[in-house]
Design a protein around this ligand. Sequence first.
Ligand SMILES: Cc1cc2nc3c(=O)[nH]c(=O)nc-3n(C[C@H](O)[C@H](O)[C@H](O)COP(=O)(O)O)c2cc1C
Length: 136
Amino acid sequence: MKTAIRYFTRSGNTKKLADAIAGALGIPALTVAEPLPEPVDTLFLGCSYYAFDVDEAVKTFVAQNRANIGRIVLFGTSAMMKSVYKPMKKVADANGVALEKEDFHCRGSFGPAHKGRPDAEDCKRCAAFALKAIAG
Ligand SMILES: Cc1cc2nc3c(=O)[nH]c(=O)nc-3n(C[C@H](O)[C@H](O)[C@H](O)COP(=O)(O)O)c2cc1C
């Protein structure tokens, strides 16, 4: 089972989760600036909410790498919204890529709100989610 991690971040919040998954799985967490060099069964894809949507860089990454993505397992953060699943589902469907129904989501710091999030406990829960996701 081949697995990769890619993420997009503006202020580092999503990177914290990506690094937690990387630590749990023993593979590197790279940004969406790095294309997938080979097909993977599972792509852990991290992105957060920006003006009620995912960033264009994430959409471009999925479009350009779709042939190498078996399925996406999503993780992300936000200040208010519950999950990035909805906008990501649109991206996945537009590119014919499978998106796992279960994602990991937690609060991310935004200005004075949610200081320190994701915190150590969020990262621990995210790592456990990733291990469960690849266990099947
Ligand atoms: C320009 C901008 C727009 C945002 N829009 C939303 C939004 O629509 N809904 C929301 O819940 N959070 C929103 N946020 C908060 C971010 O989703 C949150 O801070 C997130 O943890 C950022 O992750 P990052 O540091 O990995 O980029 C926004 C943040 C920024 C900077």
